[in-house]
Design a protein around this ligand. Structure first.
Ligand code: NAD
Length: 485
């Protein structure tokens, strides 16, 4: 089935940081794909705005290179058409030059959106200048990237600053995990079917696992990453958002505030995590066929670093639905596989009529975000053949082929999210109070590590993480699914 593409309204999208890494790898390719799909109308324009001196032609050449690398194999005619929609203005976020030029390029009567794809330290400067120069009105939209603060205090300050220039309904805090097809399918599965909802609670669910595993190390982001770590960089935002969608109550309607109100209630009901329910790790150096890969400490250039590149934890939610059900979260770099998956592990049958020989079986609902986005339900059936009543677990695959476009192009999260900004739909964006609540839960964990001078455990690159993370589950007779030792 080919999905219908409804063009969005004409827009001017200004990308502050238009010459940066994120614009190159994600934002410009996403816009091109939406243009190619017929969703970005011909009147739409994208204005790169950054500190570097550059002509519009130079910016188009930069965008063409970005498309060659991150959206390869495109028809030249389409690329040239798309490039005609691009413009560029040199603007210093902290200076006064360029703002008048930017104002002249903006058109009245089209949707106006400003994407802050720059270091968070510049958010306030840009917001202030946009406002001073009269470039925004009550309908303008502001898109902000992660990280949104580095603790509760800084997030609150950033929210206050943004609120002094814009209404909350204008602010789109991006968490690209929410733009993934499967994450939205998770909501469709939960709230579009009668099948799961009656079982979706501590009476029937034994525990839930959320894994976001990467094979890459910190790469060129070492300096930034060492001030952040896995807890701030991944758990406080991405894993927390996944946990919210799994655990939240059904909202009364699929409306931005109704959904976000329910997510907020989950975060506020999260219990504090005691130190013995957390494992932190740092990857060690690795020698393989491709050569030598540096250890975490070497990669960040800090031989005494106490920042974690891996974290696994067990948390619980104090509400009627989930009291007593553990949620296990883990994420890390340089692990043996790239895999983002949520596993809902149902309880075993209370009694087996087939006797002990049939073994113990447990239904599992696996929601894979990457790779191979899809949803699988593990069900128990009889082993085929005349071998007696032996039971086996088989996957019931619910991967939706429609997620692929007519040309086989799999829409990236940024495509969906940017189009949602233009449509004015905030459902898949984090609200200010959600971000603050997430920091309020994260802060004591990080402060605890700092006050105890906690040193992360080393783990072998290419492994499933520190051995202690296995014990976190094994203590209760459970084991991680997805990537195992
Ligand atoms: P980058 O360093 O590659 O690019 C920064 C951009 O900001 C450049 O275009 C630069 O010209 C511009 N800039 C710097 N100082 C400026 C100033 N004073 N005035 C105007 N423009 C200025 O950074 P990036 O990797 O593209 O990241 C941008 C934002 O996106 C950051 O908040 C980052 O945390 C976030 N982010 C990036 C990624 C990624 O994969 N790159 C992923 C998630 C979030």
């Amino acid at each position: 089935m080919v999905s219908r593409v409804i063009p969005v309204d004409p827009f001017d999208l200004v990308i502050f940081g238009g010459t940066g890494d994120l614009a190159r790898r994600k934002i410009l390719p996403a816009l091109f794909h939406r243009f190619h799909a017929g969703q970005m109308p011909a009147e739409a324009r994208v204005i790169g705005a950054a500190r570097g001196e550059m002509s519009t032609e130079d910016f188009r050449a930069f965008a063409a290179e970005a498309l060659d690398e991150f959206a390869p194999g495109q028809d030249r005619v389409w690329v040239d058409e798309f490039l005609q929609r691009l413009d560029y203005v040199t603007v210093d976020a902290r200076g006064e030059d360029g703002w008048g030029d930017l104002g002249e390029k903006l058109r009245p009567d089209v949707v106006r959106a400003f994407y802050f794809s720059v270091a968070p330290a510049l958010f306030a400067d840009i917001a202030e200048r946009l406002s001073q120069h009269g470039l925004t009105d009550a309908t303008s939209r502001i898109v902000v990237e992660k990280p949104f603060g580095k603790n509760l205090e800084t997030a609150r300050a950033l929210n206050r600053t943004m609120a002094s220039y814009f209404d909350e309904s204008q602010i789109y805090r991006i968490d690209h995990y929410l733009g993934k097809e499967t994450v939205q399918n998770l909501m469709a599965i939960r709230f579009g079917n009668m099948l799961f909802e009656p079982l979706w609670n501590s009476q029937f669910v034994d525990h839930i696992q959320i894994t976001v595993a990467e094979t890459v190390g910190v790469g060129g982001r070492g300096e930034y990453y060492d001030t952040s770590g896995a807890m701030r960089d991944m758990v406080q935002n991405h894993l927390m958002q996944l946990l919210c969608l799994i655990a939240m109550e059904p909202p009364a309607k699929f409306d931005p505030d109704a959904v976000r109100d329910e997510k907020l209630k989950v975060i506020r009901a999260l219990d504090p995590v005691p130190p013995h329910h957390i494992v932190r790790g740092q990857y060690e150096e690795l020698e393989d066929d491709e050569g030598r890969h540096p250890s975490y400490r070497e990669a960040v250039g800090n031989p005494r670093s106490r920042t974690e590149s891996y974290v696994a934890l067990r948390t619980t939610i104090s509400n009627w639905r989930w009291a007593g059900t553990p949620f296990y979260l883990r994420t890390g770099k340089r692990l043996k596989a790239r895999s983002s998956v949520i596993n809902v592990m149902f309880k075993p049958m209370p009694h087996s009529i087939f006797g002990t020989e049939a073994g113990e079986h447990q239904n599992t609902l696996s929601i894979r975000l990457q790779p191979n986005e899809g949803i699988t339900l593990g069900v128990t059936i009889k082993e085929p053949g005349p071998g007696g009543m032996r039971l086996i677990d088989v996957p019931l695959d619910m991967t939706f082929a429609e997620a692929l476009g007519p040309d086989g192009h799999h829409a990236d999260a940024y495509e969906r999210l940017i189009m949602d900004v233009i449509r004015g739909n905030q459902t898949l964006f984090m609200r200010g109070d959600e971000v603050e609540a997430a920091w309020a839960w994260t802060d004591p964990i990080i402060e605890g590590w700092e006050s105890r001078n906690d040193v992360p455990k080393g783990y072998a690159s290419g492994s499933a993480g520190p051995a202690d993370a296995e014990l976190l589950l094994r203590r209760n007779g459970r084991e991680w699914r997805g990537i195992n030792p």
